[in-house]
Design a protein around this ligand. Structure first.
Ligand SMILES: C[S@@+](CC[C@H](N)C(=O)[O-])C[C@H]1O[C@@H](n2cnc3c(N)ncnc32)[C@H](O)[C@@H]1O
Length: 215
């Protein structure tokens, strides 16, 4: 966890606005990743709509894809990010989406996603744009699994190997230290299975994979 981007609150603090603009851009997502921002929202909607139990979104960033969905949901919801500036933008997105106030069932916490929150467990844990930032997935699956209810589900997304253009950009990002690993859907599947949490499925669109692990 000593990488610059995972577990380092300063890394995204300097990039919050740029990151938010890129993530929401259909052109950027199509050209580099062969996908579209609405796909991220679609995966998040599936997670948020999957149960009524408390939900945790980890590494929420600016909540670009999820603010409206969280406001529309009725679930007790906790949004966690390590970066204060990213979380500040997330709270602004939630406020805007709800027309003023942050609903009282939504809390935002600036902390490490693996730090246990007083033993609280969640029916759903969602993490978008996440697994490619993490060099060793074992401790992360274990740490998130420990926060999951007995019949809970993890919904995690990751950039993966894709088209020649995506792969070239991924290599560039890796060489700049902006991502940790470039994996295939098969590698993600095996790593998730090895975590021993439950049944695993992996789908992908372009260079974005969607991993669902159900207890
Ligand atoms: C690539 S961004 C993804 C943001 C958001 N999920 C999205 O798709 O727009 C990664 C986020 O993870 C946060 N982060 C990195 N390590 C973390 C950790 N250990 N605990 C909580 N948040 C972390 C960063 O601050 C950043 O906001």
């Amino acid at each position: 966890m000593s990488e610059t981007f995972f577990g380092n609150p300063g890394f995204y603090a300097r990039r919050a606005k740029t990151y938010d603009a890129m993530l929401g851009s259909p052109a950027y997502n199509k050209i580099f990743w062969g996908t579209h921002p609405r796909s991220y929202a679609g995966f998040a909607a599936r997670a948020i709509g999957s149960s009524a139990d408390p939900l945790l979104e980890v590494a929420v960033g600016t909540a670009q894809a999820t603010a409206l969905l969280h406001v529309a949901s009725r679930r007790p919801t906790t949004l966690v990010d390590m970066s204060g500036p990213m979380l500040e933008m997330a709270s602004e997105s939630i406020r805007k989406a709800s027309g003023g106030q942050i609903p009282t069932r939504i809390t935002l916490e600036c902390r490490d996603m693996l730090a246990q929150d007083g033993g609280q467990r969640y029916g759903t844990i969602l993490g978008l744009g996440l697994l490619h930032l993490i060099p060793d997935l074992g401790p992360v699956f274990a740490g998130l699994g420990a926060q999951l209810e007995d019949r809970g589900t993890l919904y995690l997304a990751s950039l993966i190997r894709g088209s020649a253009r995506s792969n070239a950009y991924l290599k560039l990002l890796k060489s700049h230290g902006d991502i940790a690993e470039i994996r295939t859907p098969g590698e993600l599947y095996e790593l998730a299975l090895d975590a021993g949490i439950g049944t695993v499925s992996v789908t992908h669109e372009g260079a974005m994979a969607y991993l669902v692990i159900s207890r």
